[in-house]
Design a protein around this ligand. Structure first.
Ligand code: AMP
Length: 554
C-alpha cells in the first residue's frame, strides 16, 4: 500500500468540513487495509509516527526539516522562509516549492518506486535509531533522501507528520470513529483500546480482527491518565456527594507521572505518554524489583516539604538530571495503583486500589512515597484539611470518590481538585509582543490560546511572571517558532504550553475566544505538556461560572 494514497485521503479529508463525511472517507480507506499497512496508516492518521510508549522518536525538528526541504527543492533559504510565512505551515511550503521546481532535483534523477507505507515506516524506524556523534548530519541526510523520493503531496504530509502537526484532538477523534465504522465495532471500545495501548495502529488491527475486547493492561505500555474537575469551594464537593465519604489527598504541584516496573525494569511516562525515565534516576532506582503500574506525581521535595514547581523545572531543563539531583531531590508520591503483580486494578474501586498501593509500598520505598490520605465527610472537614495542606506548602486538595473505577483518559467529577486561586489554565502560546524598558528586545508579553473544537482561539495576553532567564529562554524559543513578523509582535507555531494564573474570568468580546481574564500571569512553562494537552473553551466556561459563584459568596 502506498504512502501517496494515504496522503490523498488526508488531503481530501482536510478539504471537507462535514465530520461525518470525513469519517466515512477514512473508514472506507481503512477498510481496504490489513496487518502492518493498517497499523501504520491508522497510526500516521492519528498523528503519531511510532506507537506511543515505544520509546522511538524521530528526533527531527523544525530546523532540520527546513534545511532538508531547502536542499531537496533547491530553493534559496529566503524563498523557503517566504513560502513558510505565507502558509504558516512548513508542509504546505514544501509542497509548493516542490511543485514549482518540478519535484526537486533528486526525484528526477532517481525515478523511484512509489513510497510504500511499510518502506516509509522502516526508514523512519532507522531514523529514530540514529544517535551519538554526527547524528544530526546522518539524520539530515536520511530525511533529505526520504523527501527526495516523495511527490509534492507526500512531502507535505511527511513534513507534517514529523512535526507532529497531524496530532490535534479533532483528527484523533475522527480516526477513532472511522475505525469503529470500518470494522463494525463500538466506538467506546475503540477509545478504550486507544487508552490501553496508546497506539491507534494496534487498535485498528485488533478491531479488524474482532479482538479489541481481549486487550488488557500491560507494563511498559502507557495508559491514559484520569483527570479531575475543578471545585469552586469545599461546599461544592460536599453538595456533590451528600452524606458520602470522600478520599482526600494533597494536591501536589509537580509532574504527573505513570511509573511502570516489572522484571527489574522501570519506565516512567509523562502525561503526554512520553518516556521521561531519564529525568528521575532516584525514582527508577527505588522502583526496581516492583511489578506494578502506579499513578502519582514527581515532586521536588526537600526536608519534608514540597519545593515550588519552578525548582523541578530547573532540574528538568538540564541535559543531565544528575547535576541537580542533590540540590533538587525528587520524591514520587504514588496515589494510585493500576496494576499489581500481573493483575489489572482499573475496574476496582479507588479504596481497593489504595489498599493495594499501601500494601505494596508500605511506608514507602526510597524516593517513592505513598501519598497520605484522609477520609472527609463534610465541607467543614474539607476546609480544615485544605488550610493544613496550604500551610504545609501544597497546592490544595484532591477529593476522590472512593467507589470510583480508574477512568482512563477522562476528566470528571469522580476526582475533584480544590485550589486557593481559581484553577489555572494550560494555554498554548501563539504569539508574543516585545517588552519595554528593561525588557526591550525581549518577547515578554505572551499571547495565548485554548482549543475550541479543533481550532486554537486566542483568549488573552499576559505579561509574563517569568524570571529574566526564563524570558530570555522564551524569547529564543519563540524566535525559532516564528511564522510571521508583525513588527511589534510575532506570531509563532503553537508548541509552547504555559500555565496561566488569574484572579477571575468572564465572558467578553475582547478576544476571539469570547472570554477575558482579570490579572492573567504566566505561572510556569509546561515543558511536560504539548499543545494537544492545552485546555478548552469549555473549561473557561466552567471557570467563569466558578468566578461568579465565588464573587457572590464574598
Ligand atoms: P489538571 O491537570 O488540571 O486536571 O489538574 C489535576 C492534576 O493535578 C493532575 O494531572 C495531577 O498532575 C495533579 N495532582 C496533584 N496531586 C494529585 C493527587 N493527589 N491526585 C491526582 N492528581 C493530582
Amino acid at each position: 500500500m502506498s504512502f501517496g494514497e494515504l496522503c490523498s485521503v488526508l488531503e481530501k479529508s482536510a478539504s471537507i468540513s462535514s465530520r461525518l463525511m470525513k469519517v466515512a472517507l477514512i473508514a472506507e480507506y481503512l477498510r481496504g487495509l490489513e496487518g502492518e499497512d493498517l497499523e501504520i496508516a491508522a497510526r500516521f492518521m492519528s498523528g503519531d509516527v511510532y506507537p506511543r510508549g515505544s520509546g522511538l522518536d524521530a528526533g527531527v525538528g523544525h530546523s532540520m526539516l527546513m534545511e532538508a526541504v531547502a536542499e531537496v527543492t533547491g530553493a534559496p533559504r529566503e524563498e523557503l522562509l517566504e513560502a513558510y510565512r505565507r502558509h504558516g505551515d512548513l508542509g504546505e511550503a514544501a509542497r509548493e516549492l516542490m511543485e514549482a521546481r518540478g519535484g526537486g532535483a533528486l526525484a528526477t534523477l532517481v525515478q523511484a518506486e512509489p513510497l510504500s507505507l511499510r518502506g516509509l515506516y522502516g526508514e523512519l524506524t532507522r531514523l529514530a535509531r540514529i544517535s551519538g556523534e554526527g547524528s544530526y548530519q546522518r539524520k539530515l541526510s536520511r530525511v533529505r533522501g526520504l523527501l527526495a523520493s516523495c511527490s509534492p503531496l507526500e512531502a507535505k504530509y511527511l513534513v507534517k507528520l514529523l512535526l507532529g502537526e497531524l496530532r490535534t484532538g479533532a483528527v484523533e477523534g475522527v480516526v477513532e470513529q472511522a475505525i469503529a465504522e470500518a470494522f463494525g465495532v463500538d466506538l467506546e471500545e475503540v477509545k478504550r483500546g486507544r487508552l490501553l495501548t496508546g497506539d491507534m495502529g494496534e487498535v485498528a488491527e485488533l478491531a479488524r480482527r474482532g479482538e479489541l475486547g481481549r486487550l488488557g493492561v500491560r507494563p511498559f505500555r502507557p495508559l491514559g491518565f484520569m483527570l479531575a474537575e475543578a471545585l469552586a469551594s469545599p461546599q461544592e464537593a460536599a453538595e456533590r456527594y451528600p452524606g458520602r465519604e470522600l478520599i482526600a489527598e494533597y494536591k501536589y504541584d509537580g509532574i504527573r507521572a505513570q511509573l511502570h516496573a516489572s522484571g527489574g525494569e522501570v519506565r516512567i511516562f509523562s502525561r503526554r505518554l512520553e518516556d521521561v525515565t531519564r529525568s528521575f534516576p532516584e525514582v527508577v532506582e527505588s522502583a526496581r524489583g516492583l511489578d506494578a503500574i502506579l499513578d502519582g506525581e514527581a515532586v521536588a521535595f526537600r526536608d519534608g516539604r514540597p519545593l515550588p514547581f519552578r525548582e523541578l523545572q530547573r532540574r528538568l531543563r538540564r541535559k543531565d538530571p544528575r547535576e541537580l539531583m542533590e540540590e533538587v531531590p525528587v520524591v514520587y508520591f504514588a496515589y494510585d495503583a493500576l496494576y499489581v503483580g500481573g493483575r489489572s486494578l482499573l475496574d476496582e474501586p479507588l479504596r481497593e486500589r489504595r489498599r493495594a498501593l499501601e500494601e505494596l509500598l508500605g511506608g514507602g520505598r526510597g524516593s517513592i512515597a505513598v501519598s497520605p490520605r484522609w477520609t472527609v465527610r463534610s465541607a467543614g472537614e474539607i476546609a480544615e484539611l485544605f488550610r493544613r495542606s496550604r500551610a504545609e506548602g501544597y497546592e490544595g486538595l484532591m477529593l476522590k470518590d472512593p467507589e470510583s473505577a480508574y477512568e482512563l483518559g477522562k476528566r470528571g467529577w469522580k476526582w475533584m481538585k480544590l485550589k486557593e486561586e481559581l484553577d489555572t489554565i494550560d494555554a498554548v502560546v501563539v504569539g508574543a509582543e516585545y517588552g519595554h524598558g528593561r525588557r526591550a528586545g525581549l518577547l515578554s508579553d505572551l499571547i495565548f490560546a485554548v482549543w475550541d473544537g479543533g481550532e486554537l482561539k486566542v483568549v488573552g495576553k499576559a505579561y509574563s511572571g517569568l524570571t529574566d532567564r526564563e524570558i530570555e529562554w522564551m524569547t529564543r524559543r519563540l524566535k525559532e517558532l516564528e511564522v510571521r513578523d508583525e513588527g511589534l509582535r510575532i506570531l509563532v507555531r503553537p508548541e509552547i504550553v504555559v500555565e496561566v494564573a488569574f484572579d477571575s474570568v468572564q465572558e467578553s468580546d475582547r478576544h476571539p475566544g469570547g472570554y477575558a481574564f482579570r490579572f492573567p500571569r504566566i505561572k510556569s512553562v509546561r515543558l511536560d505538556k504539548g499543545p494537544e494537552d492545552a485546555d478548552t473553551i469549555e473549561k473557561l466556561r466552567r471557570l467563569a461560572e466558578i468566578s461568579r459563584a465565588r464573587a457572590k459568596a464574598k
